[in-house]
Design a protein around this ligand. Structure first.
Ligand SMILES: Nc1ncnc2c1ncn2[C@@H]1O[C@H](COP(=O)(O)OP(=O)(O)OP(=O)(O)O)[C@@H](O)[C@H]1O
Ligand SMILES: [Mg+2]
Length: 322
């Protein structure tokens, strides 16, 4: 549904997007992640024909953004970073106006405006001037105009930014409802949002794609070895640090044991496994059989957040450039 090949965008002083390629299949929700200035908005502007690329190509819904921009625009709904609103218009007046620009008319137009006003929860401000709306309501009107002509592809630049928590949940639900029939790319800085609603993630840093994968694969791929936090307590008298440490080091599959803290008669360790080894049951057995109490044993889970930080570090982006 979306195919980007060797896309590059140069500005006078810098390269905002540097030779990126990716594909999005029909019906998918894809999360576009990256730090500030990574090139997310630039890529989205190219995909919605707001700006031509300097190099490379992009196809949306089967049409090329340079050769057939009108065909692309007809099939794409776009929520820009700052929604394109006319402050002197009332909300319903604005939605009717945008609908006409998008080729809708008559009863069909009225029906669509009612539908999106309901879906985006702007019904109660229909007769308000846009200039009088709060930021969250403006965002909702922006989303309403993006889906007004029921486009096949939705490109949403930070759709939940500026919304209150209740509205964030409702917007995520709305986006999920729209998937299936629609293909959606959304950019965000909120990582749990990606984990909740996206099937696939594209991470970009400094204009380069540093990872494209499913959320599930990405977390698994990076996990590799497991880190386990262990707290051991003596049943009688003080514990000798070296003997506990040595016992943990002897457990099959353990690569490293790091002493973290001593508190009263309790010792805590960070134990790392070899690639792909499960070590928790053996650690539990070793501690208990040695006559110590096992107060705590849990995996220090690697989150999407950590993966993101690893992949978008300056070094990682440099590596990708080479
Ligand atoms: N009109 C412009 N002229 C010159 N440089 C620009 C222009 N627009 C963006 N840039 C530069 O291109 C790079 C990518 O910007 P872009 O807005 O695409 O990032 P982004 O990933 O959307 O960031 P954010 O998370 O802050 O929205 C930045 O270095 C930015 O300064
Ligand atoms: Mg942006």
């Amino acid at each position: 549904m979306i195919k980007v090949e060797h896309l590059t965008k140069r500005y006078a002083r810098n390269v905002a997007v540097n030779d990126i390629s990716f594909e999005v299949e029909k019906g998918q929700i894809v999360g576009f992640l990256g730090p500030n200035g990574a090139g997310k908005t630039t890529t989205m502007r190219i995909l919605t024909c707001f700006m031509p690329p300097s190099d490379g190509s992009a196809q949306v819904a089967g049409f090329d953004v340079i050769q057939s921009p009108m065909e692309v625009k007809r099939r794409v709904g776009y929520l820009p970073e700052t929604p394109p609103l006319y402050p002197e218009m009332e909300v319903s007046e604005y939605l009717l106006f945008v609908g006409k620009l998008k080729g809708l008319g008559g009863n069909e137009l009225k029906r669509r405006v009612d539908d999106v006003a309901g879906r985006c929860a702007v019904g109660d401000v229909r007769n308000k001037l846009i200039s009088k709306l709060s930021k969250g309501y403006r965002q909702r009107v922006g989303l309403a105009q993006a889906i007004l002509h029921n486009p096949e592809v939705l490109i949403l630049d930070e759709p939940t930014s500026g919304l209150d928590p209740k509205q964030i949940i409702e917007t995520r639900e709305l986006i999920q409802q729209l998937s299936g029939d629609h293909t959606i790319i959304l950019s965000t800085h909120i990582l749990p949002e990606v984990e909740q609603i996206c099937q696939k993630v594209i991470i970009i840093a400094q204009g380069k794609v540093v990872a494209t994968d499913s959320v599930h694969n990405l977390t698994n791929r990076m996990r590799g070895s497991e880190t386990v936090n262990v707290e051991v307590e003596s049943r009688n008298g003080p514990l000798e640090l070296t003997s506990v440490q040595q016992r943990l080091e002897q457990v099959a599959g353990v690569s490293r044991v790091l002493h973290k803290e001593t508190r009263d008669s309790r010792l805590t360790f960070e134990v790392e496994s070899l690639q792909g080894r499960v070590i928790r049951p053996e650690i539990a057995r070793a501690v208990v059989e040695s006559g110590w109490n096992l107060n705590e044993l849990h995996t220090a889970a690697i989150s999407l957040e950590e993966i993101f930080l690893q992949l978008t570090s300056v070094d990682a982006a440099k590596e990708a450039k080479q």
